[in-house]
Each structure stands twice: as structure tokens, then as C-alpha cells.
Design a protein around this ligand. Structure first.
Ligand code: FMN
Length: 171
């Protein structure tokens, strides 16, 4: 799958097969997270691979919409060191998810609404933030890949030169 296809077909999938992700594939996915740029190359993102079912179940209790972490064979927590920004975490998380999807592995970001809970489950220091936990696994195609939420049309999302201005006519 080329990069554009991986990006535009990636949806946030919440149903997975129990099959494990092979170690070499997981390493490639983690490399993709590692290579995300960060502000001034400060590299404030850390990743925690979570495979143990009891730990995934405990993490599911730290978010309001997190039940699919129980069924995903793999989760990757994206953790921000103090001073790291949400854009840093977002770049790493999207790299991880797109690289995984290029290998046929579906994913969904899961918010940890109760940070204390997530930090305790993962052993993360108090001054760090669990920015997201990515549930991952081969998709269970008995279910749709996504809840099918539509995107705004390009015209509504994109301005040209200034806020709200339409695309100029091309000759
Ligand atoms: C910052 C952020 C937080 C999210 N948190 C959750 C979450 O806690 N639980 C969940 O099931 N999905 C979560 N999602 C996934 C969104 O629901 C999903 O991106 C959106 O519905 C579009 O899905 P689609 O690509 O399948 O259309 C989150 C996505 C983002 C970007």
C-alpha cells in the first residue's frame, strides 16, 4: 500500500482479531513512531507497548470510550514528557497508526480521561501525560472498519490565501 492510500483509507477501527502482531512488524511500526519530528527535535514522546490482557483491561477502565482496548491484542501508549506538546504526541501517534495500517493492522486512538489511573497502570511518572493509547490489531472484518463518520468537504476545510477565501479559478 503506498503512503497516500494508507493515509486516506485508514479509519479508526474498534473490532480486532485476537491474532498477535508479529515482532518484526511491531518493530517497524515503532520505528515509524520514533521517526516523527518534534519541536526542536526535543523528542518528548515515549511509547509503551502493552500486550498483557490484564493491563489492557485496566487501561480500559481509565477512559470513557475505551472498551475496545480489552479486545485489541496490542496497545501502544503514547506518553509525553514534561514540556512536550500535543502536536508532538499527535505526529508520533499518526505515524504509528498509518505504518500499522500499511501492514494491515487496524487501530483506534483511545483517550485516557483519568490520567492518574492511566499513569498508575503504566507506571508513568506523575509529571508525564498519557497523551493517547492506541488500540491495535488485525481488523475483524465481520464489523465495519469504522463508524462511517463523514468528513467535511474539501471546500469547507480549505481556504486559499486568506481565511474563508475560495480557490482561484485556474485558466
Ligand atoms: C484526539 C482523539 C481522541 C479520541 N478518543 C477516542 C476514544 O477515547 N475512544 C474512541 O473509541 N475513539 C476515539 N477517537 C477516535 C475518533 O472517534 C475517530 O477519529 C473519529 O470518529 C473518526 O473515525 P473514522 O476515521 O473511523 O471515521 C479519538 C480520536 C482523536 C483524534
Amino acid at each position: 500500500m503506498d503512503a497516500y492510500r494508507a493515509i486516506i483509507t485508514k479509519r479508526d477501527t474498534r473490532h480486532y482479531l485476537p491474532d498477535p502482531v508479529p515482532p518484526d512488524v511491531l518493530t517497524r511500526v515503532l520505528q515509524a513512531g520514533r521517526m516523527a519530528g518534534s519541536s526542536k527535535n526535543s523528542q518528548p514522546v515515549r511509547m509503551i507497548v502493552v500486550q498483557a490482557p490484564e493491563r489492557r483491561a485496566a487501561l480500559a477502565g481509565c477512559g470513557d470510550y475505551a472498551d475496545h482496548l480489552k479486545a485489541a491484542p496490542l496497545a501502544i501508549a503514547v506518553v509525553l514528557l514534561p514540556g512536550g506538546g500535543p502536536f508532538d504526541a499527535g505526529r508520533a501517534a499518526q505515524n504509528l497508526m498509518v505504518a500499522a495500517w500499511a501492514e494491515g493492522i487496524a487501530s483506534c486512538p483511545v483517550s485516557m480521561h483519568r490520567q492518574e489511573c492511566a499513569r498508575a497502570v503504566l507506571g508513568v511518572p506523575a509529571d508525564c501525560t498519557v497523551a493517547t493509547v492506541l488500540a491495535m490489531g488485525y481488523p475483524d472484518l465481520k464489523h465495519p472498519l469504522s463508524q462511517g463518520r463523514q468528513r467535511l468537504p474539501l471546500d469547507e476545510l480549505v481556504s486559499w490565501e486568506q481565511w474563508g477565501a475560495h480557490r482561484p479559478e485556474t485558466a
